[in-house]
Design a protein around this ligand. Structure first.
Ligand SMILES: [Mg+2]
Length: 381
């Protein structure tokens, strides 16, 4: 079997798909994208495709080695995301070729279903309460919400109270049998994080995510020790090497994104590394159906897997939705807040190719919002 064609498709709201075709008629799909930087990733896929065309798609590990190391310069979000999407497509092809789900090729299932959390939007307590109630009614046992909006480098008392108010609303609405994660989104400075974490402990969040930007790894150990709240991070880290320092700092939950951190091949290695430190995997995934399906394949076969992010029906997907690009939504139907394992081959997702090609005809030019502080200086989004 040989790879005969590699195509990319820009798809709203802010995604990209790659389609890898073989001379055996088997087609694999992946999602190589950096949100807000899709075009450079598309160019990187084109460069990697020069190497892949004409080769055997079943040699996934060898391709991964060449794609990540063969260009001399390594790493970073653009290259790692291009590799990630192609890696997903190769696993899809291999599974379809052997007529087994990818999780069977990774050692077989260790669980029957994967717990997922839903996003909760809103800023006012009444909005948050309403959104939380809707997710409880939809059957979710865990949610995630932003801990704050734009925040001053040294927070005012009111800004601190706002964060605590959100956590209190979440805990009161959810009760003690459901969980909530609080995402600081890298918006919070080390000084603010040190102040907030001990105050949040009484609401027992499941985790605080990106308490500070991952570039502040030198203070992460202090933040782990600042409270008893599990610290989660990793959506802006791209290889197992980058996950070593947070694990050594005591970070409890790793959140690599299967479309940024080298695909299925690297995600399972990050999970194995986390297992050495007693840490859990909770993959980041605000992307489309192929990224989610790929993440689920890892979830079904990873012992130290905690929970899966997903964005089905989420408020911030404007213009298109996860299920718009699948021919059959069944693998993405929630049961009691879980996604259930199927025995469909490959990634287990049937991409609606017509919808994907149609989406690419319009494409998108999604960019991250740029936020500013009240004095006009740049603020983290
Ligand atoms: Mg996040």
């Amino acid at each position: 079997m040989r790879i005969t064609r590699i195509e990319t498709f820009l798809a709203p709201p802010r995604w990209m798909f790659v389609r890898v075709e073989t001379d055996a008629g088997i087609v694999g799909w992946g999602e190589p994208v950096v949100e807000g930087r899709a075009e450079p990733v598309r160019a990187a896929v084109d460069v990697l495709a020069e190497y892949l065309l004409g080769t055997d798609p079943l040699r996934i590990e060898d391709h991964w080695q060449v794609m990540t190391k063969g260009g001399f310069y390594r790493g970073g979000p653009v290259l790692s995301s291009a590799v990630a999407g192609l890696d997903q497509a190769l696993w899809d092809i291999k599974g379809k070729h052997l007529d087994v789900p990818v999780y069977q090729l990774l050692g077989g299932p260790v669980r029957d279903r994967v717990r997922a959390y839903a996003w909760v939007g809103g800023d006012e307590p009444s909005e948050i309460r309403e959104a939380l109630t809707a997710q409880i009614e939809a059957g979710f046992t865990a949610v995630k919400m932003n801990g704050c909006g734009r925040m001053s480098p040294v927070a005012t008392r009111a800004e601190v109270r706002d964060v605590l108010g959100r956590a209190q609303t979440a805990r009161e609405t959810l009760g003690d049998d459901r969980d909530f994660g609080l995402d600081f989104h890298g918006r919070v400075s080390p000084a603010n994080a040190r102040r907030l974490l001990p105050l949040l402990a009484e609401y027992a969040p499941m985790f605080v995510e990106e308490p500070v930007l991952s570039e502040h790894m030198d203070v992460m150990g202090d933040l782990v020790n600042a409270s008893n709240i599990p610290i989660a991070l990793g959506e802006r880290l791209y290889s197992r090497r980058e996950f070593l320092a947070p694990l050594q700092s005591g970070v409890a939950i790793l959140q690599p994104d299967i479309s940024h951190a080298g695909g299925i091949s690297e995600l399972r290695r990050i999970a194995a590394l986390a297992e050495v430190y007693g840490a859990q995997l909770a993959p980041h995934c605000p992307l489309g159906p192929v990224a989610l399906a790929s993440s689920l394949q890892v979830g079904f076969t990873t012992p130290n897997f905690l929970i899966q992010e997903q964005s089905i029906g989420i408020h911030y997907n404007q213009g298109a939705e996860v299920l718009d690009y699948v021919a059959d939504p069944e693998p993405f139907r929630f049961q009691e807040g879980h996604l259930v394992r199927t025995d469909r081959p490959g990634l287990g997702v049937e991409v609606d190719e017509t919808a994907v090609r149609k989406a690419d005809a319009t494409g998108h030019a999604w960019r991250n919002p740029v936020w500013r502080h009240t004095d006009g200086s740049f603020a983290e989004w």
